[in-house]
Write a protein that binds this ligand. Structure first.
Ligand code: MRU
Length: 336
């Protein structure tokens, strides 16, 4: 199975440009914090855990490019960069979590050079941790899947959404690695098609059988008895709800109606114990994402559009939260 990374440091910050997949697999080198912010906003790098690493590497990049000669000057520059990176996408908690971790490591240092080293070291630790954690939660989650299961997933919670391995797809990959035959239904995930462009591509690379469907087909498939389980990732898990790609809530409601287990796979860094659903800002994206497709106009110019990137699924619809500490059945939550 593919072990390559989505984001890494090699003399500078590199990431796979996810906007041009599956056509091209192209690494991009980030030459400035501004370029990284553009990459985050345009979803060249995306998915909660990958954003966590991007946030921390962003602080390391700001330190690397800074000409500051003393710690005070350097920290002032980093705080500015940290605020801009955190503001680039508000919903996935991992982005600010990664930025804050690198900033905390930097703040303990006494010289500009030590700040540079500490920020990069923390970012590298987050990246390594991500793969370790995903493999661990994959192992716990794989026990929930039976041989010959048909599993529905939404968006992309694979290695492209992380540094490596994946969360929801990590569970599927771990089950396959353990010798189970799993077939995946990948929802295309309108409007940006993370399912068709990324999940279908990733699974094909690993030779895991996958069937692509439109988002609106999941209910009909469940009614026909073709789905055994649903597994998705998460951008933020509050005290009462799971925030994930728009469309997730509909699958959860349908799964409950059809008595199909609905699982969420996420590292502890995605949990937000401080907030409830109503506190969270859901990113609203450009109308053009819905009104055009590859340059072709799909809707009349000037039409009113609602384009939230995420929705909230109440925890009572979740059969299990798959984490690196094991599987928790709400209202039980992992200890943090
Ligand atoms: O807008 P995106 O593509 O960043 O949204 C990503 C998702 O909703 C994923 O399902 C989530 O981040 C979990 S990724 C392991």
């Amino acid at each position: 199975m593919c072990e390559s990374k989505t984001i890494w440091w090699d003399g500078g910050l590199w990431l796979i440009d996810q906007t041009i997949l599956p056509g091209e697999l192209m690494p991009l080198c980030m030459k400035s914090v501004r370029q990284l912010i553009e990459a985050i906003k345009s979803l060249r790098v995306r998915g909660a855990p990958a954003l966590g690493a991007a946030g921390a590497y962003g602080v390391a990049l700001a330190a690397d490019l800074s000409g500051a000669s003393n710690a005070l000057e350097m920290m002032a520059e980093l705080e500015n960069a940290a605020d801009m990176i955190k503001a680039s996408r508000p919903t996935a908690i991992n982005l600010s979590w990664g930025v804050d971790r690198a900033m905390r490591a930097a703040a303990l240092q006494e010289t500009a050079e030590d700040i540079r080293k500490a920020a990069l070291c923390e970012a590298e630790e987050i990246a390594e941790e991500d793969i370790r954690i995903n493999k661990l939660l994959g192992k716990y989650g794989a026990r929930l899947l039976d041989d010959c299961d048909n599993v529905l997933t939404h968006c992309n919670a694979g290695r492209l959404a992380c540094v490596g391995w994946g969360t929801a797809l990590g569970v599927i990959r771990s089950a396959v690695a353990a010798g189970k035959q799993i077939h995946v239904y990948a929802c295309e995930t309108r409007p940006l098609h993370q399912g068709s462009r990324l999940t279908a591509w990733e699974l094909s690379q690993d030779e895991i059988p996958v069937t692509l469907i439109c988002d609106s087909m999941s209910g009909s498939l469940m009614r026909k008895g073709k789905i055994d389980k649903v597994i998705v990732g998460a951008d933020r898990i509050t005290r009462d709800a799971v925030f994930n790609k728009i469309g997730t809530y509909s699958h959860a409601v349908l799964a409950r109606y059809h008595k199909i287990p609905f699982y969420v796979a996420a590292p502890l860094s995605t949990f937000d114990r401080m907030h409830e659903e109503g506190d969270i800002v859901v990113e609203e994206r450009d109308a053009e994402e819905i009104c055009t497709l590859a340059g072709t106009r799909l809707a009349p110019r000037g039409i009113d559009v609602y384009n939230p990137a995420f929705d909230a699924t109440p925890l009572e619809l979740v059969s299990g939260l798959i984490t690196e500490k094991g599987v928790f059945r709400p209202p039980l939550m992992p200890p943090i």
